[in-house]
Design a protein around this ligand. Structure first.
Ligand SMILES: [Zn+2]
Length: 270
């Protein structure tokens, strides 16, 4: 079952790669068949197989020899891994052994699983677009905010109050940070796209997620930022790094480990 979910993740990852290229370009609904991004030649289906296709071609387009981006296999494999982890976290199918190996569907877990894979897929697209272009399209961030009521209606745990406060808190906190930064430095340090993304994360996960997400996002972002600066030997503090991918990583981490975190707080008496 885990393998099936992993393979599903590979296929979805291949679709996410298409979204990553087409959403910022505004060509999402054009040409449904895949074309070579370099020369425009049609790509045969067997070279479009997730991960495998990239390695069959050894990283080069067959039509024109253009170098294929590592983004393709990384996003595909990453999405597969993510889906398998989500299934491990929310196992909605359980073997009720004894009588005759009947698979029992846990409805609440199935809804949590669906919520997590849709949410993480949107975050993967937002994070990779932000890495490439330093923007987060509104379709994704505002889209998360606007679809939050649907999530509240379907999700077994998320209440409308928690979701609404999540949107307000997510937008409010980052907006305050961005505003303070501007007051001090008189330049924009953080994009408004990050504000909208965190509002969306709050809408989908509830306000309880906001501070853990900011914490994980800032710590991992700082660590990567410092490493990049050391690597480039540029310590002027002006290396621009998108914040979106780290917020996304924080949100995924919260989705996966919030239960363990809660137990940790309780076990140390907080
Ligand atoms: Zn080509």
């Amino acid at each position: 079952m885990m393998l099936v979910v992993f393979l599903l993740g590979l296929v979805v990852g291949s679709f996410l790669n298409v979204c990553i290229l087409r959403i910022p370009a505004g060509t999402f609904f054009k040409n449904t068949r895949s074309h070579c991004p370099a020369c425009g030649a049609m790509i045969p289906w067997y070279l479009n197989i997730p991960v495998l296709g990239f390695f069959i071609l050894m990283g080069k387009a067959r039509c024109c020899g253009a170098r294929l981006s590592w983004q393709y296999p990384v996003v595909e494999f990453g999405t597969g891994l993510l889906f398998a982890l989500i299934f491990h976290r929310f196992p909605f199918l359980e073997v009720a052994d004894g009588a005759g190996r009947v698979l029992v569907l846990d409805h609440a877990q199935a809804l949590r699983f669906l919520h997590a894979i849709v949410f993480c897929s949107i975050l993967v697209v937002a994070a990779v677009i932000d890495l490439r272009l330093m923007i987060i399209p509104d379709v994704l961030s505002v889209g998360l905010v606007l679809t939050a009521p649907v999530v509240v209606a379907l999700h077994p745990d998320l209440t409308w109050r928690s979701s609404l406060y999540g949107v307000i808190l997510g937008a409010g906190v980052l907006y305050a940070v961005a505003w303070t930064y501007w007051l001090i430095r008189r330049e924009t340090g953080m994009g408004f796209g990050d504000v909208k993304l965190l509002a969306g994360i709050g809408g989908w996960l509830g306000f309880q997620a906001i501070f853990p997400v900011i914490l994980v996002g800032s710590v991992s972002g700082s660590l990567v930022g410092i490493s990049v600066m050391l690597w480039n030997r540029k310590l002027d503090g002006k290396t621009a790094l998108p914040f979106g991918p780290f917020l996304a990583a924080g949100a995924v981490a919260h989705l996966m480990f919030s239960q363990e975190l809660k137990e940790l707080w309780i076990s140390i008496g907080l």
